[in-house]
Design a protein around this ligand. Structure first.
Ligand code: 5GP
Length: 292
């Protein structure tokens, strides 16, 4: 079979793209070696050219880090030589956050973003979009409710027994916790500090009472309320879920009305008419928010 032919236009575009990527990589390495940006500020950059860079190439540009120490960091943290920035796992990222050689240039801490809103408003779709954004870390809550069919432990929630949850409360391990619809939910404190220290904006998707607690323990947190375009729209979104009995739906709506009344306590209200717009607004608010 004859090899596919590439038109001169396509070839020219590929050459131009490769040149542009090389330029971005060279600029990034210069900023890193001159100490203008920290390793983590570059790692958290969402542009594709940077996400495709090899970890090894970036480490080699850190000033004062010779090939031997570079190699040692890679081996110690189980990072293969071909691993790209966008492919680093969460454990590897957190482990890199403890490498003293990478902490010489200070990384501005990430913001703490709390997102609340009535059930059915589309918070989980917004959260999913931010899970794929390297500037963000979405907190994984603990809960005493049973997992739903589509949920996995450690990804959607940490599913805990009542006893284990109570132990964590007693041990002061939660930033906040609250009861909601007969179950308990809490935000583990420790990972939040770790992710913020490497510059990630940490997103909590929690109910109102938890949002109030976060505000009181960390006044620098940014509280964002997600509202439906209208009350009728929320009603029809909940009805479209179809999994609840009429009685349960009525209870959800009553709860939703109480949640809507709390919107004024938040720093911003974003109306979820188009999910891409809300995500863009949330990203803009988070990235421009001053932590101190
Ligand atoms: P669901 O059971 O539908 O996943 O969540 C029910 C409610 O609990 C949602 O409003 C969700 O935002 C909230 N929630 C989830 N995790 C936490 C948490 O860690 N703390 C608090 N306070 N609420 C949470």
């Amino acid at each position: 079979m004859a090899p596919p032919t590439i038109s001169p236009e396509v070839r020219a575009k590929a050459v131009a793209n490769a040149a542009a990527s090389r330029k971005v990589r060279a600029e990034v390495k210069e900023k890193l070696s001159s100490g203008k940006l920290s390793f983590f500020e570059i790692l958290n950059n969402p542009t594709p050219a940077i996400q495709r860079m090899r970890v090894k190439e970036l480490l080699a540009a850190v000033s004062g880090l010779g090939p031997t120490r570079c190699e040692a960091i890679m081996v110690r943290n189980g990072i293969s030589p071909s691993r790209r920035l966008g492919g680093l796992g969460r454990h590897q990222l957190l482990a890199l956050g403890k490498e003293s050689a990478l902490l010489k240039v200070q990384t501005p801490p990430g913001s703490l973003i709390v997102m609340s809103g009535p059930g059915g408003v589309g918070k989980s779709t917004i959260t999913s979009a931010l899970r794929n954004d390297p500037r963000f870390w979405v907190s994984v809550s603990a809960t005493t409710r049973a997992p739903r069919a589509s949920e996995s432990n450690g990804i959607d929630y940490f599913f805990l027994s009542e006893q284990k949850f109570a132990q964590m409360v007693a041990g002061g391990e939660f930033l906040e916790w609250a009861e909601f619809a007969g179950a308990r939910y809490g935000t583990p404190k420790h990972p939040i500090q770790e992710w913020r220290a490497i510059g990630k904006h940490v997103l909590l998707e929690i109910e109102i009472e938890g949002a109030r607690q976060v505000r009181s323990v960390d006044p620098s947190a940014l509280l964002i309320f997600i509202a439906p375009p209208s009350w009728e729209e929320l009603q029809s979104r909940l009805a479209a879920r179809g999994s609840d009995s009429a009685e349960r739906q009525a209870a959800r709506l009553a709860l939703g009305a109480a949640e809507m009344a709390a919107a004024t306590e938040f720093d911003h209200t974003l109306v979820n008419s188009q999910v891409e717009d809300v995500v863009a607004q949330l990203v803009a608010l988070a990235t421009s928010h001053k932590v101190n």
